[in-house]
Design a binder for this molecule. Structure first.
Ligand SMILES: [Zn+2]
Length: 398
């Protein structure tokens, strides 16, 4: 590509160096657009805000297939355009394949643990004995006075969101997990909490002798059933619905968190399990579109966007041609097979289990340059802490 060397040497218009010579002058507006697209802002330096996007079970094969489903071509997702990529290894301490509990706990605490355990050390015995609580990035953010938010398409007490704010020895303890959101160890706890799971959490709360109403009254925070019930003046809303519109929830959370004088942490989980391969891949396409919207609303000079998965999933594209439907034959397969069968389509194989290979970690914005190479998922904790320039407890001051 030819550059306008003379202009560069004169230094009259440094940005012109980035514009390909086309044989005629470009309009300034077109030039600015090209620079904005091709030259992400310098990412060295400190992050004020961090947004962690977690595609649950969205490993490399799922991202690839989602691009094919959504756009008919590989590498068309917005996150696949981000400049920084690493491969994050997700295993628990004692096995090769992770569940969401260990996978997310390791990312947000920097400590690998056992499957089923929520942000406790490997001294935990699942369902039998609590382990040492491991401090999460959300707790560090609360301690430092940032606003924090957790949004999920799944139950707000499910393993992935739970790992950010709770510490329990068994991911199935939804009532206990949910109650911990209101008994924070640092700061005033999660400020914005939007997710699903209302019926199941409610049942466990009833067994424990409490209810959404009672928790809401005790804490002065009503626990709404829909986003529409949030009052105009509410700054720390909690919504536990039967389902959750992740796009509406994320944009609402961002509106609230962006008012923070000191910055914020937002964690957004979207389920990307591909047991139902069409739904799962469409979730990834939709999540990616939402991430593009969020990216347009933040300043990448002071905000780190991080995208990853808690573990991978057994999906392979092993056939297909450009111009033909990726999921050809899926409706017929669904009609003929049970939901527990391995999915064998003409072009796609889904074995319906979590798998052990590394997942993509993608990053853009302040501190994103640290995401590179193969690393354990615990390194993503370091990436976030270093982006904020915070030393973890017990580490020498930075
Ligand atoms: Zn998971």
């Amino acid at each position: 590509m030819k550059r306008n060397v003379l202009t560069c040497l004169l230094g009259m218009l440094a940005s012109a160096c980035l514009v390909p010579a086309t044989g005629h002058a470009q309009k300034p507006t077109a030039k600015r657009a090209l620079i904005r697209t091709n030259a992400p802002p310098r990412t060295q330096g400190k992050a004020r805000n961090i947004i962690l996007f977690l595609a649950d079970a969205g490993g490399v094969p799922v991202l690839h297939a989602a691009s094919l489903l959504g756009y008919g071509e590989p590498r068309r997702l917005g996150v696949q355009q981000w400049p920084h990529l690493g491969l994050s290894e997700t295993s628990p301490i004692d096995a090769f394949v992770s569940d969401s509990a260990n996978g997310m706990s390791a990312i947000v605490t920097g400590v690998k643990t056992r499957n089923g355990v929520i942000s406790q050390g490997p001294d935990a015995v699942r369902g039998k004995q609590n382990g040492t609580p491991t401090k999460t990035v959300l707790e560090y953010a609360e301690q430092h006075g940032l606003l924090t938010g957790v949004v999920t398409t799944q139950s707000i007490a499910d393993a992935t969101p739970a790992a950010t704010y709770a510490h329990v020895d068994d991911r199935r303890k939804w009532g206990e997990i949910f109650l911990q959101a209101f008994k924070p160890r640092f700061g005033d706890g999660v400020d914005v909490l939007f997710g699903a799971g209302r019926r199941q959490i409610g049942e466990q709360l009833a067994t424990a002798g409490t209810s959404f109403d009672q928790i809401g009254r005790t804490n002065g925070r009503p626990i709404h059933a829909t986003l529409g019930q949030i009052g105009a003046g509410e700054t720390r809303p909690v919504v536990v619905g039967e389902a959750m519109d992740a796009r509406a929830a994320t944009l609402k959370a961002l509106d609230l968190l962006q008012r923070s004088p000191k910055g914020y942490l937002l964690v957004v989980e979207w389920d990307a399990h591909t047991d139902d391969v069409r739904d799962g891949l469409q979730h990834v396409v939709d999540f990616d579109r939402l991430i593009k919207e969020v990216q347009a609303r933040v300043d990448l000079h002071d905000t780190l966007l991080l995208f990853t998965a808690d573990h991978s999933f057994g999906l392979q594209v092993d056939g297909g041609r450009r111009g033909e439907p990726l999921l050809a034959g899926y409706d017929e397969w669904k009609a003929a097979k049970s939901k527990d069968d391995i999915v064998r389509l003409k072009n796609v194989l889904v074995n319906r289990t979590h798998t052990g290979e590394e997942v993509a970690a993608l990053a853009i914005g302040a501190g994103a340059e640290r995401v590179r190479g193969y690393f354990p998922n615990t390194y993503l904790f370091d990436v976030m802490m270093k982006a904020w320039d915070w030393a973890p407890d017990g580490a020498p001051p930075r």
